[in-house]
Design a protein around this ligand. Sequence first.
Ligand SMILES: [Zn+2]
Length: 222
Amino acid sequence: MSEVQDNQNDPKPRGKKSNADLLALFEAGDTDNLTTDELTRVDALLALKQRKLDLEDVTGRIDDRRKKDESRYSAFRSRGRELEKTKRDQSLQQKHCQHSKGGSGHNLAEGTDVYRSVIKHIMPDGNKWVRCQRCGATWKKPYPQDYATIVKPGEGGSAKYSPLTPAQQEKYDADFKEWQEACAFKTDNVESSGITFSHTSEDGNVTARNFVAEVYRDVTLR
Ligand SMILES: [Zn+2]
Protein backbone atom coordinates (compact mmCIF):
# COMPACT_ATOMS: atom_id res chain seq x y z
CA MET A 1 0.00 0.00 0.00
CA SER A 2 1.53 3.27 -1.04
CA GLU A 3 1.48 6.31 1.19
CA VAL A 4 -0.71 8.26 -1.27
CA GLN A 5 -3.47 5.58 -1.31
CA ASP A 6 -3.32 5.38 2.48
CA ASN A 7 -3.88 9.12 2.84
CA GLN A 8 -6.84 9.04 0.45
CA ASN A 9 -8.63 6.35 2.48
CA ASP A 10 -7.78 7.79 5.85
CA PRO A 11 -8.07 11.56 6.36
CA LYS A 12 -6.36 11.34 9.75
CA PRO A 13 -2.71 12.44 9.77
CA ARG A 14 -0.59 9.38 9.53
CA GLY A 15 0.24 7.86 12.91
CA LYS A 16 -2.56 9.60 14.72
CA LYS A 17 -4.32 7.07 16.98
CA SER A 18 -8.11 6.94 17.05
CA ASN A 19 -10.02 7.54 20.30
CA ALA A 20 -10.94 3.87 20.41
CA ASP A 21 -7.29 2.83 20.00
CA LEU A 22 -6.19 5.20 22.77
CA LEU A 23 -8.86 3.89 25.17
CA ALA A 24 -7.99 0.29 24.27
CA LEU A 25 -4.32 0.95 25.08
CA PHE A 26 -5.33 2.58 28.35
CA GLU A 27 -7.61 -0.36 29.29
CA ALA A 28 -4.71 -2.74 28.54
CA GLY A 29 -2.39 -0.65 30.73
CA ASP A 30 -0.17 -0.14 27.73
CA THR A 31 0.42 3.61 28.02
CA ASP A 32 4.22 3.70 28.16
CA ASN A 33 4.63 4.66 24.51
CA LEU A 34 1.95 7.34 24.45
CA THR A 35 2.99 10.94 23.89
CA THR A 36 2.00 13.71 26.31
CA ASP A 37 -0.55 14.83 23.75
CA GLU A 38 -2.06 11.36 23.57
CA LEU A 39 -2.16 11.07 27.37
CA THR A 40 -4.04 14.40 27.51
CA ARG A 41 -6.52 13.01 25.00
CA VAL A 42 -6.94 9.82 27.08
CA ASP A 43 -7.62 12.01 30.10
CA ALA A 44 -10.28 14.00 28.24
CA LEU A 45 -11.85 10.80 26.87
CA LEU A 46 -12.04 9.28 30.35
CA ALA A 47 -13.68 12.45 31.71
CA LEU A 48 -16.27 12.26 28.92
CA LYS A 49 -16.86 8.60 29.58
CA GLN A 50 -17.37 9.34 33.28
CA ARG A 51 -19.84 12.11 32.50
CA LYS A 52 -21.80 9.74 30.27
CA LEU A 53 -21.90 7.15 33.08
CA ASP A 54 -23.00 9.81 35.60
CA LEU A 55 -25.76 10.86 33.25
CA GLU A 56 -26.94 7.28 32.82
CA ASP A 57 -26.84 6.88 36.58
CA VAL A 58 -28.97 9.98 37.16
CA THR A 59 -31.41 9.00 34.40
CA GLY A 60 -31.69 5.53 35.94
CA ARG A 61 -32.32 6.96 39.38
CA ILE A 62 -34.97 9.34 38.04
CA ASP A 63 -36.59 6.41 36.30
CA ASP A 64 -36.56 4.33 39.50
CA ARG A 65 -37.97 7.23 41.47
CA ARG A 66 -40.73 7.76 38.92
CA LYS A 67 -41.64 4.07 39.02
CA LYS A 68 -41.67 4.17 42.82
CA ASP A 69 -43.83 7.33 42.85
CA GLU A 70 -46.22 5.76 40.37
CA SER A 71 -46.63 2.61 42.42
CA ARG A 72 -47.07 4.65 45.60
CA TYR A 73 -49.66 6.85 43.89
CA SER A 74 -51.54 3.84 42.63
CA ALA A 75 -51.51 2.35 46.15
CA PHE A 76 -52.91 5.63 47.49
CA ARG A 77 -55.61 5.66 44.86
CA SER A 78 -56.73 2.12 45.58
CA ARG A 79 -56.70 2.81 49.33
CA GLY A 80 -58.72 5.96 48.65
CA ARG A 81 -61.26 3.96 46.65
CA GLU A 82 -61.51 1.44 49.48
CA LEU A 83 -62.13 4.19 52.03
CA GLU A 84 -64.73 5.77 49.80
CA LYS A 85 -66.51 2.45 49.46
CA THR A 86 -66.44 1.90 53.23
CA LYS A 87 -67.83 5.37 53.71
CA ARG A 88 -70.56 4.75 51.13
CA ASP A 89 -71.49 1.40 52.71
CA GLN A 90 -71.56 2.98 56.14
CA SER A 91 -73.65 5.91 55.04
CA LEU A 92 -76.14 3.54 53.35
CA GLN A 93 -76.28 1.47 56.52
CA GLN A 94 -76.82 4.59 58.62
CA LYS A 95 -79.59 5.82 56.33
CA HIS A 96 -81.33 2.46 56.64
CA CYS A 97 -80.84 2.18 60.43
CA GLN A 98 -83.79 2.87 62.72
CA HIS A 99 -81.33 3.73 65.55
CA SER A 100 -83.65 1.70 67.79
CA LYS A 101 -83.28 -1.21 70.13
CA GLY A 102 -85.12 -4.52 69.73
CA GLY A 103 -85.80 -6.33 66.47
CA SER A 104 -85.05 -9.91 65.47
CA GLY A 105 -81.37 -9.69 66.26
CA HIS A 106 -80.40 -10.67 62.72
CA ASN A 107 -80.58 -7.18 61.39
CA LEU A 108 -79.28 -4.53 63.72
CA ALA A 109 -80.65 -1.80 61.49
CA GLU A 110 -84.25 -2.89 62.00
CA GLY A 111 -84.72 -2.20 65.69
CA THR A 112 -88.40 -1.99 66.71
CA ASP A 113 -88.19 -0.88 70.34
CA VAL A 114 -89.52 2.50 71.48
CA TYR A 115 -86.14 3.05 73.10
CA ARG A 116 -83.41 4.27 70.84
CA SER A 117 -80.06 2.44 70.66
CA VAL A 118 -78.13 5.63 71.31
CA ILE A 119 -75.64 6.92 73.83
CA LYS A 120 -75.84 10.60 74.66
CA HIS A 121 -72.58 12.12 75.66
CA ILE A 122 -72.00 15.53 77.20
CA MET A 123 -68.86 16.97 75.62
CA PRO A 124 -66.40 19.17 77.52
CA ASP A 125 -67.98 22.33 76.05
CA GLY A 126 -71.30 21.31 77.57
CA ASN A 127 -72.89 20.31 74.24
CA LYS A 128 -74.55 16.97 73.71
CA TRP A 129 -73.43 14.48 71.10
CA VAL A 130 -75.52 11.44 70.24
CA ARG A 131 -74.20 8.19 68.79
CA CYS A 132 -76.14 5.18 67.54
CA GLN A 133 -74.70 1.96 68.99
CA ARG A 134 -75.88 -0.04 66.00
CA CYS A 135 -74.73 1.93 62.97
CA GLY A 136 -72.28 4.41 64.45
CA ALA A 137 -74.15 7.46 63.17
CA THR A 138 -73.13 10.43 65.30
CA TRP A 139 -75.03 13.68 65.68
CA LYS A 140 -72.88 16.59 66.78
CA LYS A 141 -73.95 20.15 67.30
CA PRO A 142 -73.25 21.78 63.95
CA TYR A 143 -71.21 24.98 63.73
CA PRO A 144 -72.11 27.68 61.19
CA GLN A 145 -68.47 28.10 60.13
CA ASP A 146 -68.44 24.49 58.89
CA TYR A 147 -71.08 25.51 56.35
CA ALA A 148 -69.55 28.85 55.39
CA THR A 149 -67.08 29.70 52.66
CA ILE A 150 -63.60 30.56 53.92
CA VAL A 151 -62.67 34.06 52.78
CA LYS A 152 -59.22 34.25 54.33
CA PRO A 153 -57.21 31.16 55.27
CA GLY A 154 -56.43 31.25 58.97
CA GLU A 155 -53.08 32.09 60.47
CA GLY A 156 -53.08 30.52 63.90
CA GLY A 157 -56.79 29.69 63.64
CA SER A 158 -57.93 33.12 62.51
CA ALA A 159 -59.76 32.05 59.35
CA LYS A 160 -62.45 34.45 58.15
CA TYR A 161 -65.77 33.12 56.95
CA SER A 162 -68.30 34.79 54.70
CA PRO A 163 -71.89 35.00 55.99
CA LEU A 164 -73.91 31.90 55.14
CA THR A 165 -75.64 31.91 51.78
CA PRO A 166 -79.35 30.90 51.83
CA ALA A 167 -78.41 27.39 50.68
CA GLN A 168 -75.69 27.08 53.35
CA GLN A 169 -78.08 28.41 55.99
CA GLU A 170 -80.71 25.87 54.93
CA LYS A 171 -78.23 22.99 55.24
CA TYR A 172 -77.07 24.25 58.63
CA ASP A 173 -80.66 24.63 59.89
CA ALA A 174 -81.52 21.11 58.71
CA ASP A 175 -78.48 19.58 60.46
CA PHE A 176 -79.18 21.63 63.60
CA LYS A 177 -82.77 20.35 63.66
CA GLU A 178 -81.57 16.75 63.12
CA TRP A 179 -79.09 17.16 65.99
CA GLN A 180 -81.83 18.56 68.27
CA GLU A 181 -84.09 15.62 67.38
CA ALA A 182 -81.27 13.18 68.13
CA CYS A 183 -80.70 14.87 71.50
CA ALA A 184 -84.40 14.26 72.24
CA PHE A 185 -84.27 10.54 71.26
CA LYS A 186 -85.96 8.49 73.95
CA THR A 187 -83.52 6.00 75.45
CA ASP A 188 -82.98 4.07 78.64
CA ASN A 189 -79.21 4.20 78.19
CA VAL A 190 -77.38 6.22 80.79
CA GLU A 191 -76.09 9.55 79.56
CA SER A 192 -72.32 9.71 79.75
CA SER A 193 -70.15 12.67 80.42
CA GLY A 194 -66.50 13.54 80.37
CA ILE A 195 -64.94 16.42 82.22
CA THR A 196 -66.82 19.62 81.48
CA PHE A 197 -64.70 22.73 81.59
CA SER A 198 -65.60 25.50 83.95
CA HIS A 199 -65.42 28.52 81.69
CA THR A 200 -63.49 31.51 82.79
CA SER A 201 -63.31 34.01 79.94
CA GLU A 202 -64.76 37.43 80.73
CA ASP A 203 -67.07 37.77 77.73
CA GLY A 204 -69.80 35.64 79.26
CA ASN A 205 -67.56 32.62 78.53
CA VAL A 206 -68.19 32.85 74.79
CA THR A 207 -64.45 32.69 73.96
CA ALA A 208 -63.80 29.79 76.32
CA ARG A 209 -66.77 27.77 75.03
CA ASN A 210 -65.81 28.41 71.41
CA PHE A 211 -62.24 27.32 72.08
CA VAL A 212 -63.34 24.03 73.64
CA ALA A 213 -65.87 23.43 70.86
CA GLU A 214 -63.16 24.12 68.25
CA VAL A 215 -60.84 21.57 69.87
CA TYR A 216 -63.53 18.90 69.95
CA ARG A 217 -65.44 19.35 66.74
CA ASP A 218 -63.46 16.80 64.71
CA VAL A 219 -63.41 14.17 67.45
CA THR A 220 -65.48 11.05 66.87
CA LEU A 221 -67.09 8.86 69.50
CA ARG A 222 -65.62 5.67 68.07
ZN1 LIG B 1 -78.23 3.66 63.82
